[in-house]
Each structure stands twice: as C-alpha cells, then as structure tokens.
Design a protein around this ligand. Structure first.
Ligand code: NDP
Ligand code: GDR
Length: 322
C-alpha cells in the first residue's frame, strides 16, 4: 500500500485529493496546522473524515516536518498548504512569504533529510503569470507576478525546480489555473457570488458587494484538477504542467450565470461594487493552454464554467435551506 502525505488537508483541494487517493487504495496522511479548533468540514462533506489520518504539521516548523516525514515515510507528498488568498497577501506580505514561499523550502529540506526518494508535488499557480506576457499561457510563458502571493509562489516554484535539478528529486509543479467547487472558501469570488445569490434567493440577504467585475479568469472544477496532480506523480520523469480549461470569463459573466442558475433575472439590481474588494495590483486576464497535460498526462478539463456555477448554486441553495 502506498502512503501519500497531503499538506493543507483542511482546504478545498486537500479534501478532493484525499478522496481521490483513498479511492485508489492509498494510506492518506493529512497535515493541518494547529489552531484553537481544526475545521474539518470539507473532509466531512466528502464522507472521508474517519479514513484520513490527521497529523499536526506547520509549514513554518522545519523540525516538526522532519519528524513527521521520518515517521510516515510517504511515497508521495502533495504540498497544498499555503496562505492562498491573494487579497490578504497585500495586507500580510511577510507571513505570506514565510508560509507560501519559504514553507516550500522547509518541506523540500525535510524531504531531502527524511525521505529523499519521495515524489513531491508543489501547488504552483497561474498567479505567477500575473501581468501576462503571452495569450494563452503555457509552461513557457515568462512569469510576472502581481501580488505578494504570486511572488511567494514563484519562489516556491523555482525552489521545486532547483531541488529537482540539484538533488535529482522527483519534484513537479502543477501550474493550476483557478479551480472552484462547492468546497471553495467563501472569500474567493465564485463562492462569494454563489453563496450571496443563494442568500438573496432564500431572503437572507438583499445584495452582494464585489470589487473588479472586469477581471477575467480561466475557471475549472477542482475535483478534476486534483486528478492532474496525481497523474504528474505517476510519470516516468518529473516535469511541470499547466492545468486549465482554455476558456476565460469575466467576473461579471460568473455573476450573470449564477443569478440565472438561481432563476433570478435582473442581477444588476442585487450587485454593488466597492473599492474595498479591489487589489493594489490586479491580474486582468488569465487563460491557460493545457495541451502538454493533454498530450503527456492524458488530462483534459470536462466541466465548463456554466456547469460549475450551476453546481455551486445548487449546493449553496441547499445549504441555505431552499
Ligand atoms: P485553501 O485556501 O482552501 O487551503 C489552504 C490550506 O493551507 C488550508 O488547509 C490551510 O489550513 C493550509 N495552511 C495555511 N497556512 C498553513 C501553515 N502555516 N501550515 C500548514 N498549513 C497551512 O486552498 P486551495 O485548496 O484552494 O488550494 C490548494 C493549494 O493550491 C494552495 O497552495 C493554493 O495556493 C494553490 N492553488 C490554488 C488554486 C485554486 O484555484 N484553488 C489555483 C492554483 C494554486 P487552515 O484550514 O488552517 O487555514
Ligand atoms: P484569485 O481568486 O485572486 O484569482 O486567486 P479570487 O476568487 O479571490 O479573485 C478572482 C478575481 O475576482 C476579482 N474580484 C473579487 N475577488 C474576491 N475574492 N472578492 C470580491 O469581492 C471580488 N470582486 C472581484 C478579483 O479582483 C480577481 O480578479 C485564486 C486563489 O485560489 C489563488 O490561491 C490561486 O493561486 C489562484 O486563484 C489561481
């Protein structure tokens, strides 16, 4: 039986990946950071809480990481933990750098010491493309991050490449574009919209206040994206892959789709904008080209954005008792 260790088990992707790996017969160790109350709602939602072994491990604590890796000797390690919210990274750039950036080096060092033959997946991001230099973005597009989060992720990305090249480690980065689901954190724009629409539909709210409605994103379904992570670690040699749908939509398009899915016609009477939700520097347009993943991994996105918004609306309407 193979053992996989997933950092960030309490997040959206951690939950979906754990479910996928359990289904493939893995022993799954999920690591969480200590807080006054660990929130396991996502793994409960997927019905796997009793099947995942939870262990406390913080990306800022190298000695704890070495101890955990020595103990479990995982075959595969998926680093999904991060301060992942771009907006917060402008308010907390140092903490974001320490966790999202330096945390990757801590983990790579721990692996080098405790289990050097483990295969490693790093959660890189389309935010590294930032002010995009080519359309669509591929593995060869130059990076130009536009937030402390993007800069921290780029550091982690290059450290992963460096450990692969310096120490012959099986280390891969998945450059994943935005991916969403009913398990998405409420602060991210898609879920903020679907939760807000569901509250309006059930009479619990009368408006949603958003920031920049013009930003364009390539949104896919998280459950499909975690399959790409696993596929990357099953190859003969380590490499980096863009994972995306190849379609892009504005935030406003997602708003319109979500109101439509909830059966509400005049969306603009329910939506306000406020500069409080804007960022000091914005990523205006992302659209990925995942041809390399299709050709080598056999991976392709299946769910389009309209289906995604409908799925999220249905889940949020249910949560709000509709
Ligand atoms: P989430 O924000 O849902 O989850 C992040 C996880 O990281 C949580 O489990 C969180 O724990 C954990 N974490 C935060 N700080 C620490 C720390 N100091 N030590 C240990 N764990 C910590 O992210 P997603 O699931 O959406 O994304 C997974 C990864 O993929 C992230 O690295 C993200 O940056 C990256 N990514 C995400 C994309 C997306 O569209 N979703 C696209 C591209 C990359 P807690 O619950 O305690 O907060
Ligand atoms: P992003 O996701 O920054 O792309 O990072 P987010 O959903 O936060 O923003 C997407 C776009 O929507 C605009 N926007 C708003 N965003 C939020 N959160 N709240 C609002 O009210 C709002 N109004 C407009 C934003 O300005 C932005 O342009 C996500 C995270 O999951 C990262 O961890 C990951 O690396 C990238 O996706 C790929």
């Amino acid at each position: 039986m193979k053992t996989a260790l997933i950092t960030g088990i309490t997040g959206q992707d951690g939950a979906y990946l754990a479910k996928l790996l359990l289904g493939k017969g893995y022993r799954v160790i999920g690591t969480y950071r200590r807080t006054s109350g660990i929130d396991t709602w996502r793994i409960s939602y997927l019905g796997i809480e009793s099947k995942v072994e939870l262990v406390c491990m913080d990306l800022e604590d190298l000695s704890g990481m070495i101890r955990v890796l020595k103990l479990y000797q995982p075959h595969e390690i998926y680093n999904l933990a991060a301060q992942s919210f771009v907006k917060v990274s402008f308010d907390q750039p140092i903490m974001t750098g320490q966790v999202t950036g330096m945390g990757v080096t801590h983990l790579l060092e721990a692996i080098r010491n405790a289990c050097p033959s483990a295969r490693f997946y790093q959660a890189s991001t389309s935010e590294m493309f930032g002010k995009v230099q080519t359309i669509p973005q591929t593995e060869n597009t130059p990076f130009y991050p536009r937030s402390p989060y993007g800069v921290a992720k780029l550091y982690g990305h290059w450290m992963t490449t460096n450990y692969r090249e310096s120490y012959n480690m099986f280390a891969c980065s998945g450059i994943l574009f935005n991916h969403e689901s009913p398990l998405r954190g409420i602060e991210f724009v898609t879920r903020k919209i679907t939760d807000g629409v569901a509250k309006i539909r059930t009479g619990k709210a009368d408006k949603i206040t958003l920031g920049n409605l013009d930003a364009k994103r390539d949104w896919g379904y998280a459950k499909e994206y975690v399959e790409a992570m696993w596929l990357m670690l099953q190859q003969d040699k380590p490499d980096d892959f863009v994972i995306a749908t190849g379609d892009t939509y504005a935030v406003q398009d997602f708003v319109e789709m979500s109101f439509r899915a909830a059966g509400i016609k005049d969306w603009n009477s329910y939506v306000d904008t406020s500069s409080a939700f804007e960022r000091p520097a914005e990523v205006d347009l992302l659209i990925g080209d995942a041809s390399k993943a299709r050709d080598i991994l056999g991976w392709k996105a299946k769910t389009n954005v309209e289906e995604l918004s409908r799925m999220m609306i249905e889940a949020d309407l249910k949560r709000h008792g509709a």
